[in-house]
Design a protein around this ligand. Structure first.
Ligand SMILES: *Cc1c(COP(=O)(O)O)cnc(C)c1O
Length: 237
């Protein structure tokens, strides 16, 4: 199968999962995760119609971003790619990353929020705030990044002081162990947390986005309310 055919398959499965859940497929964004492949494959994915790309390592994102710009630099109407940082962001990589990304899925501390805010203020003064999601460790597994569920509401309240950052929702990774039932519990927990916190935060804050679901569990995530699914392996294997 070509990359275009694999993409089409994933898109069909997203549409079907949405339909089963009584949701509109258009409300779910596929982020094509390019961390396993080079820039040629990433470009092919974009050409096939996937305009949201995700990388978990900032350096990889920088490199692919530069190479895609170079590839398409001379094109009459180069495709507009929205980059998503889905992995851990160290504060010393904030400055280079911010200008390249549309959404950071992985904010997990006030220190990182503050660093993003400061950098955004420096770079564009009164420009648009940076959109971020808070990463939540819903499985409780020690190896996972992310906030404990109880830390989410305090951080959203603290985030009100950082005017150049806008928290748009939450992100999680399912438990590694426990199969579909455990994944479903993690995703439902994220949605319930979002619903609960939404009632307690200032009225200007809208936690619309739920980033959850990967190749092995995106249909379950859609059933539980995902608005962003991060799919890698299925597009490349
Ligand atoms: C790698 C990765 C994915 C994609 O995982 P697949 O199982 O290959 O689809 C999604 N989210 C994050 C945070 C990742 O690191």
């Amino acid at each position: 199968m070509t990359i275009a055919e694999k993409l089409q398959r994933v898109q069909e499965r997203i549409a079907l999962a949405a339909e089963r859940a009584g949701r509109r497929a258009g409300d779910i964004t596929l982020v094509g995760v390019t961390k396993y492949v080079g820039v040629a494959e990433a470009a092919e994915l974009v050409s096939a119609g996937c305009f949201n790309l995700g990388e978990s390592r900032p350096q990889e994102l920088w490199e692919k971003h530069v190479e895609l710009e170079r590839m398409w630099g001379s094109a009459a109407s180069p495709p507009v790619v929205r980059w998503h940082l889905i992995g851990h962001l160290q504060r010393n990589k904030v400055a280079r990353t911010l200008p390249l990304v549309s959404l950071i899925h992985s904010v997990d501390s006030e220190r990182l929020l503050a660093a993003i805010d400061a950098e955004r203020a420096k770079a564009c003064g009164t420009g648009e705030p940076m959109d971020v999601l808070l990463e939540v460790n819903t499985s409780g597994e020690a190896a996972k990044h992310g906030l404990a569920p109880a830390e989410v509401e305090p951080l959203i309240l603290a985030a009100q002081r950082y005017l150049r950052v806008r928290v748009r929702g939450l992100m999680t990774m399912a438990a590694l162990e426990g199969g579909e039932a455990a994944a479903a519990r993690c995703f439902a927990a994220l949605r319930e947390l979002r619903d609960r916190v939404s009632g307690n935060v200032p009225s200007g804050v809208t936690l619309t986005e739920l980033s959850m679901g990967m190749s092995g569990d995106f249909e379950i995530a859609i059933r539980e309310g995902a608005t962003l699914v991060r799919v890698g392996s299925l597009l490349w294997e």
